[in-house]
Each structure stands twice: as structure tokens, then as C-alpha cells.
Design a protein around this ligand. Structure first.
Ligand code: TTP
Ligand code: MG
Length: 356
């Protein structure tokens, strides 16, 4: 089965945040990146792009092209804050997410029941509703094409690249659109008369490898719609737990056991809140002499239902060799995955209206 990959990229991110926070800047050419003529533009609003201004352009040059532009200093903390907010709402959709820059992320939604198109439109709406900003969404069956798609229809874009569109849809594009192909490599290709992807498709793998080194094969594959990179998450949560030291050490089994069930309840509540399922329960007991034991037990299936863990906890409590008073008790639920069905509830908030 083909994968369903979504790439999201905020529009003119720093400049849009400035326009959001300072309404008088809306609809105006805004250039972020310092007011000093020696600096470079971090980015600029789409109104400024009409004048030919772009990211990394020296400010003095931008001022020549757009003398009436509004030049402002960047406020990185504020951009980071909004970035966190956006990433947090994207993380509610799936754990298979990777943030690649302050305003950009990939999501693998292959395992969600809803279509990638539906989820993509939901993202646009949700980001707009929660932050007031627009985001461009690209959808395809791999990361390379999804990124290309998010750039297709900017700003406020929504574009899908289907398998049957490839490679025809790519042919007219400049080779500069190939993410991963650096400026130097593009120049090398230009020097032998290659400017478009259609022209590049004429060359076989060996020639590209000779020209571009190890990247040759990667580029050869990408322009044919082949990109096997996985959306590898770095943020996956492996466990949820709590542990607390007793106010007074105790060897009364009923007290220890009551405490354990109470913690299981609390941890299970956290699991539900995070919309996750767990398979394993871990009991940790520390004794008054500071020695400790950890025992764990797993279910056959993932669950978020506390009552499934209770018999396991009973067994674990019975297994421990109590060699003195208990000082600390901890309960952890481990082996976590997302609860896909629960996550689908998130989407219901928005409903079926058209997305863009
Ligand atoms: P981008 O997503 O590349 O650009 P953008 O969001 O401003 O515009 P677009 O609509 O084309 O996506 O980068 C995100 C932010 O990163 C951008 O707002 C400012 C910062 N940035 C720099 O500071 N320097 C740079 O050279 C680039 C490219 C971006
Ligand atoms: Mg962007």
C-alpha cells in the first residue's frame, strides 16, 4: 500500500507572525531581518515578494527593490512559541511526525482511517483557528513529493501529487525545485545544459553519480518519484508513570496495595489524556534500606482500560519479596502507541466543511 505523507510549511512565517501581532502591518510589504543595511532578510511577507525581495537577500538590496517596505527586527522567542503551539497540535494527529525546521513538519498518516486530504484540510483549519496564521499543505506518497506539493500552491496552499501524475507533473519544473540538490550541483548541471527535470530525466544513474557523487543516485530516484525515507519521529513517548515516596515507610500490605491501585488509576488517566494505549505495566518498589525491585508484566493487546491492568498489578504485587518497610512506590505504563480511534475524535470538532 502507498504511504500517505503530509508536509506542512507555514507561509512567510516570521513575517506573518509580525502581521498577526501588529495589525497595522497586515497587507503591507514586511521584511524581517533587522533594520541595519548590513544584514540580510530572514524572510518577507508575500506583499514584499512581489517586489522581488526574498529570504537571505541583503537588506540594502531589498531596500532598493522595495523602498516603502516595513523593515523589522526578528523576535525569535515569539516565533519559537508559535512554532511549539503548531507542533503540539500536529502531534495530536499522529506520533509519526518529524519537525524539520521552525515552521515545517512531515506527518505520516498512512495508518489513520481518514484520507490524507481530509486530514490536510483539517490541519489548515485548525492552524488558522488556533494561531490565526495560514499554512501550506502538500500531500503525496513520499516525503520528497509531499514537500514539493506544499510549495506548489503557496501561500495558503493545498496540493496533492498522485502517483499517476509522476513524472509528468515534475517535467516542466526547474531542477532548483529538487529539495536536496544544492546550488553547486545545480550549477554543474546547468553547465551541461540541464535546466529542467525533463532534461535531467534523460540521464542515467551512472552519469548522475559521476557528476554529483553519492547524491547522484538519490536525485535520479527522486525525480522518478522514488523516496523511501521514513518519517522518523524523535518525540515518541515510551512510557508514562508516577512514583512517590511514602510520608511514612510501611509494611502493611493493604496500604501498599491501595497506593499501587491509586497510582495505576492516575497513570491510566494520563494515558487517556494523551490518547495513547499501553501494553505493559511496571511496578517499582524501594525499601527502607534503599534497595529496590522492579517487576513488569505485559498484556497481549494494547489498551487504555484500567481494569485490564488490575489483574497484572495484583500479580506483580504478589510476586515482590517484601524484605522490610516500603519507602517508595512507582507505577509506569510502558510500550505505548497512539490510540488511533481516539485521535479521530479530534477531527470531529472541525466537521466536514471545505478546508481551504
Ligand atoms: P521558510 O519556510 O523557508 O520561509 P517562509 O515561511 O518565510 O516562507 P514560505 O511561505 O516560502 O514558506 O522559512 C521559515 C522561516 O525561517 C522564515 O519565516 C524565516 C526563517 N528563515 C531565515 O531566517 N533565513 C532563511 O534564509 C530562510 C530560508 C528562512
Ligand atoms: Mg515556511
Amino acid at each position: 500500500m502507498d504511504r500517505k505523507i503530509i508536509h506542512v510549511d507555514m507561509d512567510a512565517f516570521f513575517a506573518s507572525v509580525e502581521q498577526l501581532d501588529f495589525p497595522e502591518l497586515r497587507g503591507k510589504p514586511v521584511i524581517v531581518g533587522g533594520t541595519s543595511s548590513r544584514g540580510v532578510a530572514a524572510t518577507c511577507s508575500y506583499e514584499a515578494r512581489k517586489f522581488g525581495v526574498h529570504s537571505a537577500m541583503p537588506i540594502f538590496q531589498a531596500k532598493k527593490l522595495c523602498p516603502n517596505g516595513i523593515y523589522v527586527h526578528g523576535r525569535h522567542e515569539r516565533y519559537e512559541e508559535i512554532s511549539r503551539e503548531i507542533f503540539s497540535l500536529l502531534s495530536e494527529i499522529t506520533d509519526d511526525i518529524v519537525k524539520v525546521s521552525i515552521d515545517e513538519a512531515y506527518l505520516d498518516v498512512t495508518n489513520l482511517y481518514l484520507s490524507a486530504e481530509y486530514i490536510g484540510k483539517y490541519i489548515k483549519k485548525k492552524v488558522k483557528k488556533e494561531t490565526g496564521l495560514t499554512v501550506s499543505v502538500g500531500i503525496s506518497y513520499n516525503m520528497f513529493l509531499a514537500k514539493l506539493a506544499s510549495d506548489w500552491d503557496k501561500p495558503d496552499g493545498f496540493f496533492v501529487i498522485k502517483k499517476e501524475d509522476v513524472p509528468d507533473i515534475l517535467k516542466p519544473l526547474s531542477i532548483m525545485k529538487i529539495h536536496g540538490l544544492g546550488k553547486k550541483s545545480a550549477e554543474k548541471l546547468n553547465n551541461i545544459g540541464i535546466y529542467t527535470i525533463e532534461e535531467l530525466l534523460e540521464y542515467d544513474k551512472d552519469v548522475l553519480t559521476n557528476l554529483l557523487g553519492s547524491m547522484g543516485e538519490e536525485i535520479y530516484n527522486k525525480i522518478r518519484g522514488i523516496d523511501l525515507r521514513k518519517v522518523a519521529s524523535h518525540t515518541e513517548r515510551k512510557s508514562i508513570g508516577t512514583e512517590i515516596t511514602f510520608a511514612e515507610d510501611t509494611d502493611v500490605f493493604d496500604e501498599i496495595s491501595a497506593r499501587a491501585y491509586k497510582y495505576l488509576h492516575e497513570v491510566n488517566e494520563m494515558l487517556l489524556k494523551k490518547k495513547m494505549l499501553a501494553k505493559t505495566i511496571v511496578l517499582k518498589i524501594k525499601f527502607e534500606d534503599f534497595t529496590q525491585v522492579t517487576r513488569s508484566k505485559s498484556l497481549e493487546v494494547y489498551t487504555d482500560d484500567e481494569k485490564n491492568f488490575k489483574p497484572l498489578l495484583k500479580e506483580l504485587l504478589g510476586k515482590v519479596e517484601y524484605k522490610g518497610k516500603v519507602r517508595l512506590l512507582g507505577i509506569t505504563l510502558a510500550n505505548l502507541i497512539s490510540n488511533r480511534e481516539k485521535q479521530l475524535e479530534i477531527f470531529d470538532i472541525i466537521g466536514e466543511e471545505d478546508g481551504k
